[in-house]
Design a protein around this ligand. Structure first.
Ligand SMILES: Nc1nc2c(ncn2[C@@H]2O[C@@H]3COP(=O)(O)O[C@H]3[C@H]2O)c(=O)[nH]1
Ligand SMILES: [Zn+2]
Length: 526
């Protein structure tokens, strides 16, 4: 890890040093890494960092001066915090190159890999895993508080609890029931209707209250005779049925529902379609990933899991999410639909099944193409048109993180990649086909986002924006900005890779170097 001060021991002419000196440098560097880990764990950093896997960081103090990272660093505070900044990318290749180089050099001399090198390699791997996981980022302040959008007096508390999952849920339930929607200010209610809403500010019980606000402010309780305690039981059960996994968790469900809620207000959908359809859309958003195990459909099918067997390989996850939703509602005390007529119930059930099944990305083109053909003649009173629009809006909400401010969106990408990497690691372990866009050896944050934005988000969002031009500023422009941001990062990372290669080559015969450079240029042009 090229943490500025830490890397003093690594001179640019590292390769020309004698072996004992190189080993000494690596030991020193290894000490710096472990010291840094200890230091990060023992001090309460409030670092507003924008770092992810494979990034090279510098740390600054509040005056903007670079700070030397050492175990002697003073603990920081609210007023005087440290700030981490990405200065370049591709941590992994630098480290691996260094160790591989050293290993081959020692091998040449000794004929086998000494223990010190194997130990260091495993330390690097473990440190790399630590960097690539996101649990440690929340308390570092990586999930930023944006003071401009500070919506709650309650700031997030670090999770220190040793409670069991059940006890934790019960505590959340008590906190939720103790809060009233009246405590939610007008300002928060207004923010809740927009994509700039910052989900990271809120704890589980608070998100449950905000969901209750969405149901009440859309007047679902009066329109569908939903008793408040039944709604609360339902919301709480939904919360309990999301798993603690990096991405497809309750916070994701909250975000998708909040985006759905925002889109309903921004497009003034209340004046265009019936309230029962709005109930279908909001409840589908809420339930669309229930009990997600953190492994996608491709994995379910390849690993022949129980879900894939149960649903005959047809959208196993989405079928499961929907079945869990109606399982929750099968209990009278949680059944928000219990006071509706049979016909209304059937209509809502049918609508929710369609909306939730539409979130399977394997059906993305099918659904988008349907919408594209109806859009020029779109008619809100046409049943088929309306159904496809409802599917599209749930889909847009589901993949809308990049429509949010960068500080809100970027941590979500870290979470998503963590879940992706978990899956591809398991696939490798089990000898299953590895999903390429989830492979930690092939994917980086910028490459993942530029492709996803270009080929999935922009085509989908621009089609919806053609129907609702007011969405241009709310969802399309932020996504375009995100594409620019990640394209810049991608260029910088490629440049960084080229520099690293050049550095590796120095010391080799000139003609080899030139040949390789020419080859690279040809590849780049191709
Ligand atoms: N690369 C990338 N993929 C995303 C993003 N948001 C959603 N997705 C993908 O879109 C999919 C939507 O359905 P899933 O929830 O199964 O899994 C989601 C991810 O695979 C994003 O911001 N970046
Ligand atoms: Zn989702």
């Amino acid at each position: 890890m090229f943490l500025c001060g830490c890397f003093a021991p690594f001179p640019s002419h590292f390769e020309s040093l004698s072996l004992p000196l190189q080993l000494f440098c690596v030991s020193l560097w290894s000490f710096c890494i472990s010291s840094w880990c200890v230091c990060v764990s023992s001090n309460l950093f409030r670092a507003a960092a924008e770092a992810g896997p494979h990034h090279i960081l510098k740390m600054y103090n509040t005056n903007g001066s670079v700070v030397n990272i050492s175990p002697l660093l003073e603990a920081n505070s609210e007023d005087s915090y440290y700030r981490l900044e990405v200065v370049a990318s591709n941590l992994k290749s630098e480290l691996n190159w260094l160790l591989h180089y050293l290993e081959s050099k020692v091998n040449e001399d000794l004929g086998k890999t000494p223990t010190i090198i194997s130990d260091m390699k495993s330390q690097v791997e473990s440190f790399k895993r630590k960097l690539e996981s996101v649990e440690h980022l929340s308390w570092m302040g990586l999930f930023k508080e944006d003071s401009d959008h500070q919506l709650s007096k309650l700031s997030p508390k670090p999770k220190t609890s040793q409670l069991s999952v059940h006890e934790e849920h019960q505590q959340v339930r008590r906190e939720f029931l103790n809060m009233s929607t009246l405590q939610v200010t007008e300002e928060v209610r207004e923010h809740l209707k927009t994509p700039i809403f910052d989900n990271w500010q809120w704890e589980d019980a608070e998100m449950l209250v905000l969901l209750q606000v969405m149901f009440t402010d859309l007047e679902f309780l009066t329109a569908f005779h939903i008793e408040l305690d039944v709604l609360q039981n339902f919301l709480f059960k939904v919360y309990c049925h999301y798993n603690s996994i990096p991405f497809h968790n309750f916070r994701h469900c909250f975000c998708v529902t909040q985006m759905m809620y925002g889109l309903i207000w921004l497009t003034d959908l209340r004046s265009k379609i019936a309230r029962i359809d709005l109930l279908i859309m909001l409840t589908s958003a809420l339930c669309h990933d229930l009990d997600h195990p953190g492994y996608n459909n491709v994995y379910q099918i390849n690993a022949q899991t129980d879900l894939a067997l149960r649903y005959n390989d047809i959208s196993p996850l989405e079928n499961h999410h929907c079945a869990v939703a109606f399982g929750i509602m099968s209990k009278q005390e949680c059944n928000i639909l219990k006071n509706l007529t049979c016909e209304q119930y059937k209509y809502i059930r049918g609508g929710m099944i369609k909306c939730i099944l539409a979130t399977d990305m394997a059906r993305h083109n099918e659904i988008l193409n349907k919408f594209k053909t109806m859009r020029p003649v779109f008619n809100f009173t046409n049943k088929e048109h309306k159904e496809v629009l409802m599917n599209i809006m749930v889909k847009v909400s589901d993949i809308s993180n990049e429509a949010r401010p960068m500080a809100v969106a970027e941590p979500w990408l870290d979470c998503l990649l963590q879940e992706f990497f978990n899956q591809s690691d398991t696939e490798k372990l089990k000898g299953l086909p590895v999903t390429p866009f989830m492979d930690r050896d092939k994917v980086s944050k910028p490459s993942s986002q530029t492709n996803f934005i270009r080929f999935v988000l922009l085509p989908l969002f621009s089609e919806l924006t053609k129907l609702f031009p007011c969405l241009e500023q709310h969802i399309l422009e932020p996504v375009r900005r995100a594409l620019e941001y990640y394209s810049d990062l991608e260029r910088a990372s490629k440049e960084e890779e080229r520099t690293a290669k050049r550095r590796r080559r120095s010391g080799r015969p000139k003609h080899e170097e030139e040949e390789e450079e020419e080859e690279e240029e040809r590849t780049a042009k191709a």
